[in-house]
Design a protein around this ligand. Structure first.
Ligand code: FES
Length: 168
């Protein structure tokens, strides 16, 4: 019996094509929709999966190089899957003065990753961001949609421990 053995790959391609159609129908297909198209992809997947970007490119008739040109220009877009918990460390002026460098160093040490990386167990991603809009509470870290304020080395260690233990 003949078997091509790539049924899974074909199914995956078909599902990406269907999803790309949905995205383009929802957002639009003119070149000026490049940013909203990429935002919609990222909203669904938390990053830009290459196969879906290519499928959207084909569906919208926008060259894939143009989509990647836009995506690499804006820091909001991610090219790798994100961990379950995204840790955003504020490095705005107030937080910087209040010690955000130390907070970032502690996070990097506790998780064994650098900024922009994801832990091997896919639990945490860590990034530095500009002002989170609550400067009076500096230094501030946001994990998911929760804000952690007036942090110290020991406080952020305790917070990370809680997430590792699933107590959040
Ligand atoms: S500088 Fe960190 S919240 Fe504004």
């Amino acid at each position: 019996m003949a078997c091509c053995g790539n049924g899974g790959a074909l199914e995956k391609t078909a599902s990406k094509t269907i999803e790309a159609k949905e995205i383009v129908e929802k957002v639009g297909k003119e070149p000026e929709y490049a940013i909203p198209l990429l935002q919609e992809i990222q909203k669904r997947h938390s990053y830009l999966p290459q196969d879906l970007v290519e499928a959207v490119s084909a569906e919208a008739g926008i060259p894939v190089a143009n989509l990647y040109g836009v995506a690499t220009f804006y820091s909001q877009f991610r090219f790798k899957p994100q961990g379950k918990y995204l840790i955003r460390v504020c490095h705005g002026t107030a937080c910087h003065v209040a010690g955000s460098d130390i907070i970032s160093a502690v996070i990097a040490q506790e998780l064994g990753i650098e900024e922009g990386e994801t832990t091997a167990d896919a639990l945490f991603s860590f990034e530095k961001v500009a002002c989170l809009g609550c400067c009076a509470l500096a230094p501030v870290v946001m994990i998911g949609d929760k804000i952690y304020a007036k942090l110290t080395s020991s406080k952020i260690k305790a917070v990370i421990k809680e997430y590792k233990n699933g107590k959040t």
